[in-house]
Ligand binder design. Structure first.
Ligand code: ADP
Length: 483
C-alpha cells in the first residue's frame, strides 16, 4: 500500500470537504509490480449531484470573482504544485508506471498551464465598441460558462487535468473533476496540496471518482452542468455527444490520434531519429501525440532504420520508480495485449522486425514491452489503421510528397503529425495538406501551455492551451447600451 502525507484522505472532495458516500471501493494498481497500492471510493450518483450543487454555490454571476482574485488562485496553485513536485511525481509514477523523472516533469508541465493563464487572464477583461449608426456603446463581457465537468484519462494523470482546470478557473468556472480509475491518486494528492496552500471558495473545485457510467451519466444529464471538457477515446467522445444532445451542452473533446511522422530524404536523419525516440517512447508510447505511423522516403529507409535500431537497442525497460529506465510498464494487460496483437498482425502480413521483441519472447506475466521497430508496414495492418498506444514503431516506405500527405491523412484522426525535411517550401506545403491540429516541423515536440492544441476530424472539438483554450470556458455576452 502506498504511504504519503498527500494521501491521508482517500476520498472525493465536495464543497471543501473530503467525502464519499457508501462503502463501494475500487483498487488502484502499480503496473510495474501488479500490487494493489490503494483502495478508493467508488462514489454514487448522489455524490456527483452534491458536487454539482457545491459547484453551483461557488459560481458568481452578478458579482463575479475579480480577475485579480482568479489570477492569485492560479499563481498559488502553480507555486504549490512546484513545491510538491517530487511527492506528487512519486505518486504519479507508482500508479501510472512512467519513469520517475518523466512523472515529476509532468508536474512541472501541469504547473506551466496555471502559470500561463495567470499571465494571460487579462484577455478576459470586458471591452467596449462604439456603434455609430444607432448610437450604441457595446460592452463585451466574458462570462463563466458555469459548473464544468472535467473528465480525464490515465496517460497524463496531472497534465490533462491541469490544462482544463487552469482555464476553467481563469474563467471563473467551478468544476467537478473525474480522473481515470487507473490513476485517481495523483488527483487526490493535487487536491490535498491545493487545500493546504490555496484559499479557494468552497465548491470551486470538486473531485469525484468511481464508475465512468454513473459519473458520466450524471454529468451528461444534469442541467446545471452546461459544459464538459473530456480527454480520452473517440468512442467515449461520441457517447458524450449523444448523451448530451438533449441539453445542447458545450463539449470540448480531445480524442484519439494516429500521428504520421514523415521523413523526407533531405532530412537530418540523426535529428529525425533522436526526436522520434523522445516522441514515441514518452509514457511508454501511451500518449495521443506519439508517432503511430513512420513514413520514410524509400531512399533513406535503410539508413534511417539502422539509426533507429542503434538507439532502440540501447533503451532500458523496467520499474519507473528506479529512476534510471527509459520506459516503464504499460498501464494494464489490455494495453499490453493490444500492442502485442498489432506486432503479430504486422509480422503475419509481411512486415519485418528491425529491432526489439519477437511476439513469442514477450513476457507473459509482466507489463514490460520492449521498444520494437518493424518495417514494410502496409495500409491493411492494424498498426497503420489504429492507434497502438505502446512502444511499437511501424515504418512505411513512400516515394513522393503527395503520397506522403495522402497516406498521412488516411485515417479518421487529425491530432498530431510531424514532418522532417530541410526544404522550407515543402514543409509549408505538407503542413497545409495534413489535416492535423499540430504539425511539428523538424521536431517531435508535443503541446505547450502557450499554443492552442487540439484535433481536426474525429480527434476532437475545441482547443486546450493558448488563448483559444481560455476562451473555451467563457460565454461572450454583448451588452449594447442605447442612449
Ligand atoms: P482511455 O482509452 O484513455 O482509457 P477512455 O475514453 O476509455 O480513454 O477514458 C477516458 C476517461 O473517460 C476516463 O476517466 C474514463 O473513466 C472516462 N469515461 C469512460 N466512459 C465514460 C462515459 N460513458 N462517460 C463519462 N466518462 C467516461
Amino acid at each position: 500500500m502506498i504511504e504519503s502525507p498527500l494521501l491521508k484522505n482517500l476520498k472525493g472532495y465536495i464543497g471543501g470537504q473530503w467525502k464519499a458516500t457508501g462503502d463501494n471501493t475500487f483498487d488502484v494498481y502499480n503496473p510495474a509490480t501488479g500490487e494493489v497500492i490503494a483502495s478508493v471510493p467508488s462514489m454514487p450518483a448522489e455524490d456527483v449531484k452534491a458536487a454539482i450543487e457545491a459547484g453551483k454555490s461557488a459560481l458568481r454571476l452578478t458579482e463575479p470573482y475579480a480577475i485579480e482574485t482568479r489570477r492569485q488562485w492560479l499563481e498559488a496553485i502553480r507555486d504549490a504544485l512546484k513545491a510538491n513536485k517530487e511527492e506528487i511525481g512519486r505518486i504519479l509514477c507508482l500508479e501510472h508506471g512512467k519513469p520517475l523523472n518523466e512523472a515529476q516533469g509532468e508536474v512541472d508541465y501541469a504547473a506551466g498551464f496555471f502559470d500561463y493563464f495567470s499571465k494571460t487572464i487579462g484577455e478576459l477583461n470586458s471591452h467596449t465598441l462604439e456603434e455609430k449608426p444607432r448610437d450604441c456603446t457595446w460592452t463585451i463581457h466574458y462570462r463563466p460558462i458555469g459548473v464544468v465537468g472535467l473528465i480525464t484519462p490515465w496517460n497524463f494523470p496531472i497534465g490533462m487535468i491541469a490544462k482544463k482546470l487552469s482555464a476553467a478557473m481563469a474563467a471563473g468556472c467551478p468544476s467537478v473533476i473525474k480522473p481515470a480509475s487507473e490513476t485517481p491518486l495523483t488527483m487526490i494528492a493535487m487536491f490535498a496540496v491545493i487545500e493546504e496552500n490555496v484559499d479557494l471558495p468552497e465548491g470551486m473545485i470538486n473531485l469525484v471518482m468511481g464508475k465512468a457510467s454513473v459519473i458520466g451519466k450524471e454529468l451528461c444529464e444534469n442541467p446545471d452542468v452546461p459544459m464538459l471538457s473530456f480527454t480520452g477515446s473517440t468512442e467515449v467522445g461520441r457517447k458524450l455527444i449523444l448523451d448530451t444532445v438533449e441539453h445542447v451542452k458545450k463539449l470540448a473533446l480531445e480524442l484519439g490520434g494516429n500521428a504520421p511522422y514523415i521523413i523526407f530524404d533531405d532530412a537530418d536523419l540523426d535529428k529525425a531519429a533522436d526526436n522520434l525516440i523522445a516522441n514515441k517512447f514518452r509514457g511508454g508510447g501511451q500518449t495521443c501525440v506519439c508517432a503511430n505511423r513512420i513514413f520514410v522516403h524509400e531512399n533513406v529507409m535503410e539508413a534511417f532504420g539502422q539509426k533507429l535500431a542503434e538507439r532502440v537497442n540501447k533503451m532500458t525497460v523496467g520499474d519507473g520508480i528506479n529512476g534510471d529506465v527509459d520506459i516503464g510498464p504499460l498501464i494494464n494487460k489490455a494495453g499490453f495485449n493490444k500492442v502485442k496483437e498489432h506486432l503479430e498482425d504486422a509480422l503475419q502480413k509481411g512486415a519485418s522486425l528491425v529491432a526489439g521483441a519477437k511476439p513469442e519472447d514477450l513476457p507473459s506475466d509482466k507489463l514490460f514491452f520492449p521498444p520494437t521497430v518493424v518495417s514494410g508496414v502496409k495500409r491493411d495492418m492494424a498498426c497503420f489503421r489504429e492507434e497502438t498506444f505502446g512502444p511499437l514503431v511501424p515504418m512505411v516506405s513512400f516515394k513522393t510528397e503527395d503520397e506522403a500527405i495522402e497516406m498521412g491523412n488516411d485515417t479518421e484522426f487529425g491530432l498530431a503529425s510531424y514532418v522532417f525535411t530541410a526544404d522550407e517550401d515543402r514543409a509549408q506545403r505538407v503542413a497545409g495538406g495534413l489535416r492535423f491540429g499540430h504539425v511539428g516541423w523538424n521536431t517531435g515536440t508535443g503541446p505547450t501551455p502557450e499554443a492552442p492544441f487540439g484535433g481536426m476530424k474525429a480527434s476532437g472539438i475545441g482547443r486546450e492551451g493558448g488563448i483559444e483554450g481560455l476562451f473555451e470556458f467563457v460565454e461572450p455576452q454583448s451588452v449594447p447600451r442605447g442612449f
